[in-house]
Design a protein around this ligand. Structure first.
Ligand code: GSH
Length: 78
């Protein structure tokens, strides 16, 4: 399994859609909040050039869009 980090913010409805999916499927990965963690904000900006959340880092490659992130887990999480 690649190294996974989810950049998300609690106030973001698109992020909640992703974290709800993870929770209901007992998927535990590293989660950081760029709006509260300056280091995470810098990583997100360096990786994507933007501040949009949610973003899943897959071995350092960013995947934006909540639906695409959920689909990635459906396809890849065994
Ligand atoms: N279509 C995107 C929408 C994501 C989105 O709009 N995120 C907002 C927070 S709720 C955001 O990060 N806005 C700041 C920005 O895009 O710079 C998805 O489904 O993930």
């Amino acid at each position: 399994m690649p190294e996974l980090v989810l950049y998300q913010s609690d106030w973001c409805p698109f992020c909640r859609k992703v974290t709800s999916y993870l929770k209901s499927n007992d998927i535990e990965i590293s989660i950081v909040d760029p709006s509260e963690d300056p280091q995470a904000a810098k990583e997100l900006m360096d990786m994507t050039g933007r501040r949009q959340v949610p973003c899943l880092s897959i071995d350092g490659t960013p995947l934006l869009e909540s639906d695409d992130i959920i689909q990635w887990f459906k396809d890849n999480w065994k």
